[in-house]
Design a protein around this ligand. Structure first.
Ligand code: ZN
Length: 324
């Protein structure tokens, strides 16, 4: 009984990772730094650990404040069918048509990314090193989420189709297994984005269009695997956890023809390009002298609070992936 309980807790702990998992978000922010021009690299490179570590702050904040949840997704299928023309892409028009409550209920990631972009641009204008780093890390998170197909679907964890766990499977388990060994993250250079709004909506629509495939292929593959082939028990940081087996992950990745790698690469390109665009829009401030601005005790306290809230393990508001 006790053993079963420990096992169940472990399964829960594993599944309580959200949005590219902590692993994916950190990698996305990390690799994004290498797409930047030298004038930005001089500041971002020495701070690459901060940018990577704090990529997951928005997920931790979901344990602290209820307003945080909707910033990570949009259940766009609540607004009709692809390409969702009936949903106004402008926030005020969308509020007028559906009410703010409805928009918050179904998620606001494409709008939230634009707010973060404006904040980051302001931080560059102020030459506030800590703000630039925090906002860069956090916009990286929301951009990454917007690239995940199941962040643009109301069936976000396969809960309507008996595919519980598919959320973490696509965005955490498969990348953790394959990214380091098999995927390629050398991706050209950041580009200036003329319309951040247009850019983020295009990505969200791509995610929405891909979500059917993500679900369908998992279902098809499940028919080819027996339960004990589909899942395996593996040691994860000293805990035995039930996970999708390596064989199932690899078969799924193959069936998707590299979709997860492509979305991750596209996320990296988007993150670097949003950072670059904010810097250009702020008038390309000189960043080389910002490195000696230290993190204030208040900032440190805020990070610690986020960590504590996350450890408390109780989400405020909706979860992306309901516990099993
Ligand atoms: Zn998230």
């Amino acid at each position: 009984m006790k053993k079963a309980l420990i096992l169940l807790t472990s399964v829960f702990l594993y599944q309580a990772c959200y949005c590219w998992g902590f692993y994916g978000h950190k990698k996305i922010n990390h690799y994004s730094v290498f797409l930047l021009p030298p004038q930005m690299m001089v500041f971002y490179k020495p701070n690459i650990d901060f940018i990577s570590e704090h990529a997951v702050d928005p997920d931790m904040r979901r344990y602290a404040i209820p307003e945080e949840g909707p910033r990570h997704y949009i259940d766009i299928d609540r607004y009709g069918s692809f390409p969702y023309d009936s949903l106004p892409k402008n926030w005020n028009d969308a509020v007028a048509k559906y009410s703010e409550d409805t928009l918050m209920k179904h998620g606001i990631v494409p709008w939230w990314v634009q707010i973060m972009q404006r904040r980051l641009t302001e931080a560059f204008k102020e030459k506030n090193a800590v703000k630039i780093l925090k906002l860069s890390a956090e916009i990286g998170h929301y951009l990454g989420d917007a690239h995940v197909p199941l962040h643009a679907s109301s069936n976000h964890n396969g809960q309507h189709t008996g595919q519980h766990g598919i959320h973490g499977f696509w965005e955490s388990r498969v990348p953790e297994l394959l990214a380091e060994k098999e995927w390629d993250f050398f991706i050209g250079k950041a580009a200036y984005i003329k319309s951040p709004a247009g850019f983020i909506w295009d990505r969200v629509l791509e995610s929405a269009a891909a979500s059917d495939t993500v679900l369908k292929y998992e279902k098809e593959l499940t028919k080819e695997f027996s339960a004990d082939q589909k899942f395996s028990f593996e040691d994860r940081n000293g805990k035995i956890t039930r996970q999708y087996s390596s064989a199932f992950c690899k078969a799924y990745n193959e069936k998707l023809k590299g979709m997860i790698e492509r979305r991750m690469r596209q996320s990296i390109y988007a993150v670097a390009s949003f950072w670059y665009t904010a810097w250009v829009d702020a008038g390309q401030p000189e960043l080389s002298k910002l490195n000696n601005q230290a993190i204030t005790p208040e900032d440190q306290k805020e990070f610690e609070k986020l960590q504590q809230a996350w450890r408390s393990n109780s989400i405020k508001g909706r979860e992306h992936t309901p516990s099993p």
